[in-house]
Design a protein around this ligand. Structure first.
Ligand SMILES: CCCCCCC/C=C/C(=O)SCCNC(=O)CCNC(=O)[C@H](O)C(C)(C)COP(=O)(O)OP(=O)(O)OC[C@H]1O[C@@H](n2cnc3c(N)ncnc32)[C@H](O)[C@@H]1OP(=O)(O)O
Length: 311
């Protein structure tokens, strides 16, 4: 089995480091990792120095429930702990990267009678605050370089996590990010109070957040949010994912990978304090809205197609 150790491919079978001559294909370990449960909507594997997380439920546009977001956070922790991993790569499937929080999951949390909560505050602390703060924190503090492969649009909480990635590649010019908090009776979450002004400028962030306006491809490019458009308009998401991974394999050849992690730590230090602070402020502000019930009413309208986002 070949592994990246200290910036080189090594042969673990002979029990000592040996440089392996690589072609364009990357050695793939694709093994199950211990200590983590399975999730049918999210898969993961390691390929050389890359820890790959893939959303695999295109049928509902990769919408995620609270437990799925927690799982994402747990996978990030797994990648953090693996000394052979230098890059965490987020991929998806189908026509959307992710349509955000699953409205069926929200309805489930609302009607959950299996647990007797002391109050609405207690209920939404469990179902919203704890989950949201956990996954956002996992992205904020992640020590490996976070790369997002945007095969399509991302919405809501999922789009917030995309905005916490270090490098974003797009499959084509149809991608967009939508933060529909004003349409759903919510406030900024997932660090977007900081990440969006940082990445797009304060006034552009205001305009898109206040009026529920998607960040379309042109804005994503002009701002430098997307590092490269792979321009594969008629390809499948799988073809895009494979192409990105092959290109990444070539990009890291010859690099001293610990340097990448050292630079990540330094670059991260620019904004980590304000992101940590806002993570807590966002969920505490949001809690009032959940307790009041407006997001539930609006999510329910989304589910029954009485409410739509303007795109
Ligand atoms: C960590 C804590 C978790 C809690 C976080 C709570 C805070 C919330 C954060 C958010 O993420 S807010 C954003 C929520 N998401 C949305 O508002 C998007 C809702 N979806 C849409 O507006 C539209 O589906 C679309 C994305 C604009 C695509 O429209 P299109 O017409 O192209 O496709 P559809 O026919 O509508 O969808 C296809 C299929 O997918 C299902 N689906 C889409 N989005 C969701 C979703 N968010 N949850 C569950 N299911 C979703 C949709 O119902 C369709 O299914 P079928 O009807 O064909 O079975």
């Amino acid at each position: 089995m070949h592994r990246y150790i200290r910036g080189q491919y090594m042969d673990e079978e002979i029990g000592r480091p040996r440089l392996v001559v690589q072609t364009n294909s990357i050695a793939e370990t694709d093994k199950e990792m211990p200590g983590i449960r399975k999730n049918e909507k999210i898969s993961y594997r390691t390929v050389g120095p890359f820890f790959i997380i893939q959303l695999v439920k295109p049928g509902n546009l990769n919408a995620l429930e609270g437990e799925d977001y927690i799982y994402l956070g747990e996978l990030l922790e797994l990648a953090d702990k693996d000394p052979h991993v230098y890059f965490t790569v987020l991929q998806s499937s189908g026509r959307f990267f992710s349509s955000g929080a699953d409205f069926k999951g929200i309805a489930k949390a609302q009607g959950d009678s299996s647990i007797e909560y002391a109050s609405e505050t207690s209920k939404w602390l469990s179902n919203f605050v704890a989950r949201n703060v956990y996954v956002t924190d996992a992205f904020i503090k992640h020590s490996k370089v976070l790369i997002c492969c945007l095969n399509g649009p991302a919405i809501g909480m999922s789009a917030a996590l995309v905005a916490l990635c270090d490098i974003v590649y797009s499959m084509n010019d149809k991608v967009y990010l939508l933060y529909p908090f004003a349409n759903l009776g919510l406030v900024t979450e997932g660090g977007t109070t900081v990440s969006l002004p940082l990445k797009f400028g304060v006034n552009t962030a205001y305009e898109h957040l206040m009026f529920n306006k998607p960040f379309k491809y042109d804005t994503l490019c002009e701002s430098g949010f997307i590092s490269k458009n792979f321009n594969m308009p008629s390809a499948s998401s799988e073809e895009f994912n494979t192409t990105v991974l092959e290109e990444l394999g070539r990009k890291v050849e010859g690099l001293y990978l610990p340097s990448c992690l050292g630079m990540k730590k330094l670059l991260q230090s620019n904004h980590i304090d304000s992101l940590n602070k806002i993570n807590s402020m966002e969920v505490n502000e949001s809690l009032k809205y959940w307790v009041d019930g407006e997001p539930l009413r609006r999510f329910s309208q989304l589910g029954s197609k009485q409410r739509k986002h303007r795109l």
